[in-house]
Design a binder for this molecule. Structure first.
Ligand code: S3P
Length: 180
């Protein structure tokens, strides 16, 4: 960790990883504020670049095309510094993304219980391509069991988020960064 004379962390890239609904996009701006970094929501970046929403990309081009765009956006972020990036929950599926997250980022896994995720996503599940049309909690458990080893593999830090506010989680992460 490169700490400047003023105690500000230099040249670091933080990635918040974890399942949909774990709080990446709400914790991200709070953490970025604490660190004086820029916040990048990768899904918003993809939507801006494509000129379409994520559900439109899935519907029109399929999941694989979305994964290619996601990998390109992540690789662009790996060229920047002093950023907090929140990629979508499926970013860890691709081996190349996992390699990049391990090598170029301090990756923080926001770990949430399936019940927490289900409660948060109940209202919006129909707008999420990978959840739509499935029994919600069963689907979350099944995707989580495919992905949790990947989150563990990539994470430099793991924070359990159930029942915690975005501010508490951001402070926990910042403390972890200081002691790296
Ligand atoms: C996905 C998560 C979503 C979005 C897309 C696919 C996934 O992002 O990237 O719908 O595969 O888990 P969030 O995790 O930000 O909801």
């Amino acid at each position: 960790m490169d700490l400047g004379r003023d105690g500000v962390m230099r040249d670091l890239r933080v990635a918040l990883i974890g399942f949909m609904g774990c709080g990446k996009s709400t914790v991200g701006p709070v953490l970025a504020g604490l660190l004086g970094y820029e916040f990048i929501d990768l899904d918003l970046d993809i939507q801006r670049t494509a000129g379409r929403t994520i559900p439109e990309i899935f519907e029109q081009d399929g999941e694989q095309a979305f994964r290619v765009m996601e990998a390109e956006c992540l690789a662009r972020c790996a060229q920047l510094s002093e950023i907090v990036v929140a990629p979508g929950g499926g970013v860890v599926i691709a081996q190349e993304n996992r390699r990049l997250l391990r090598g170029a980022f301090h990756a923080v896994y926001l770990r949430a219980r399936p019940q927490t995720i289900a409660a948060r996503l109940r209202e919006e599940a129909e707008h999420r391509p990978l959840l739509r049309g499935h029994p919600l909690e069963e689907r979350i458990r099944s995707l989580m069991s495919e992905r949790s080893a990947f989150y563990d593999e990539v994470a430099s830090q793991i924070v359990d988020v159930d029942g915690k506010s975005p501010e508490t989680i951001a402070e926990e992460i910042a403390c972890g960064l200081n002691s790296t």
